[in-house]
Design a protein around this ligand. Structure first.
Ligand SMILES: *Cc1c(COP(=O)(O)O)cnc(C)c1O
Length: 400
């Protein structure tokens, strides 16, 4: 007899483009850090829908905001003003370096806006953008071109021109790549998909200095690191530098699709009427959700607690590195984006470890073919972290 999970899988496999390699679970409900599938199995979620549900599943204040707005007005386009999107932009400006905001519907779209701005705010002959090996910036053609991982390019050439990749952690390589066509440097402060790989403070400060010296725009892709994930609202706050353009998305709407491109007055002036637009961008329901998210994360004690729990989590992961040196090479991350880096022998088992954890009811993934990635809801409790560590220790013992 087929289970409800299997039946839904069969239906889905008949009608969807086969782009996704999914786990054999159809999720039906969620609350906090827990998900329940169609057969009634529960999972402890250390993935948060890929760093999206920062406040956990069905956070009551966000659900209320969505329901309230859905009963009032769902969509009007950007031909008219609405209060939720304006309130959201006011909050983003008040909480960041930025003076101006463009609202989009996803991370890739927020990056598209950043790329278009970097070009239109530069002289016409300056259009090239330098990005880093191992980076991930999205799946639209321009953001795929910006992504510094060949596996995402294969089969889609010719890619849009004007994107140059340089080796990671090599300031000289960036300097050497700058020419009369360069307009910007684009990077994630910490590479998420690339394997939870932070850029060092010195490297980032050198990039900032180089951009200042050579008149380039610095674009931070904070799609994954933004919205509290690293223990400050945005990762750049911990780095002693400020970008000129920043994209955020993932956790902004706690699950509703919304992204934002933030920038300064000086650069934003180039985005005159008609230069860029989005039919759905800043949709009132998604914006209302994002307002509730920002207000919650800015509440007393929320972000310090993310930092404290991140430190606790990494301590526990470091214990696993000591116990299983054949598989685990080290721990990295910031706030509640944590990576358990695997040894060469360990990387061959990364997929198997994730599958064994899934069988035990724990959701996580293997990023960049180097690190087990944990991005739990920011409301995760230490007791949940303990449960995950205990299960992971059992799985690693089986693999050792
Ligand atoms: C997920 C991600 C994106 C793409 O976001 P989508 O919403 O999937 O388009 C871009 N940049 C980074 C750093 C990401 O983690």
């Amino acid at each position: 007899m087929s289970t409800a999970n299997e039946l839904l899988k069969q239906r889905a496999d008949r009608v969807f483009c086969p782009t996704y390699a999914r786990y054999p679970a159809a999720m039906v409900s969620g609350s906090g850090c827990r998900l329940t599938d169609a057969d009634g199995r529960t999972y402890l979620d250390f993935l948060s829908g890929i760093a999206v549900c920062g406040l956990g599943h069905c956070y009551p204040l966000v659900t209320e905001a969505i329901c309230r707005q859905a009963g009032k007005l769902v969509h009007v386009s950007n031909l008219y003003y609405t209060e939720p999107q304006t309130e959201l932009a006011e909050l983003l400006v008040a909480a960041s370096f930025a003076d101006k905001v463009f609202l989009a519907n996803s991370g890739a779209e927020a990056n598209e806006a950043a790329i278009k701005l970097a070009r239109i705010a530069s002289a016409p002959e300056r259009y090239e953008i330098i990005s880093l090996a191992g980076s991930f910036h999205g799946r639209t053609l321009a953001t795929v071109a910006a992504t510094g991982q060949p596996k995402f390019h294969a089969g889609f050439e010719p890619l849009p021109a004007g994107f140059v990749h340089v080796p990671f952690d090599d300031i000289g390589a960036i300097e050497a790549a700058i020419n009369e066509r360069t307009c910007a440097v684009l990077c994630e402060p910490l590479q998420g998909e690339g394997g939870v790989r932070p850029l060092s403070r010195d490297y980032l400060q050198a990039i900032r200095q180089l951009c200042d010296d050579r008149g380039l725009h610095l674009i931070f892709d904070e799609v994954q690191t933004g919205m509290g994930r690293t223990g400050t609202l945005f990762a750049y706050e911990q780095l002693g530098i400020t970008p000129d353009i920043m994209s955020v998305a993932k956790a902004l709407g706690n699950g509703l699709p919304i992204g934002a491109m933030l920038t300064t007055d000086r650069l934003a002036a180039s985005l005159t009427p008609g230069t860029h637009a989005s039919t759905f961008g800043g949709n009132p329901v998604a914006a209302a959700a994002a307002v509730a998210v920002l207000q919650t994360m800015q509440g007393d004690g929320f972000l310090p607690e993310v930092r404290a729990k991140g430190d606790y989590f990494r301590q526990q992961l470091a214990g696993l590195v000591e116990r299983f040196p054949g598989i685990c090479a080290g721990v990295r991350g910031l706030g509640l984006i944590c990576g358990l880096v695997l040894t060469e022998a360990g990387t061959a088992r990364g997929g198997a470890i994730v599958n064994a954890m899934f069988d035990k009811g724990f959701l996580m993934n293997f990023a960049g073919n180097v690190a087990l990635r944990f991005v739990p809801p920011l409301i995760v409790e230490r007791a949940d972290i303990d449960l995950l560590i205990e299960a992971l220790a059992e799985v690693l013992a089986d693999q050792a």
